[in-house]
Design a protein around this ligand. Sequence first.
Ligand code: HEM
Length: 47
Amino acid sequence: MRQGVTPTGRQLTKFMPWKGLGKMTDDELKAVWMYLKSQPKLETATK
Ligand code: HEM
């Protein structure tokens, strides 16, 4: 979220606004992460 690079090392395009989103504080990013983890997995999820 801060460098615009996925765990597999792929650089995200400018269409994912990571430069702005990456300015969130650690607590804000943690809140986003906790929310996402609290959601049920989609049937179409690949991981
Ligand atoms: C807190 C909000 C957001 C989170 C946590 C988030 C997270 C992510 C992640 C993890 C990826 C990489 C997926 C992967 O290939 O592994 C991604 C890609 C992407 N996101 Fe977001 N995103 C957010 C908001 C947004 C917004 C607001 C937009 C557009 C207005 C956006 C547009 C995109 C696009 C277009 C990609 C694909 C970029 C590429 O493949 O180069 N995202 N996002």
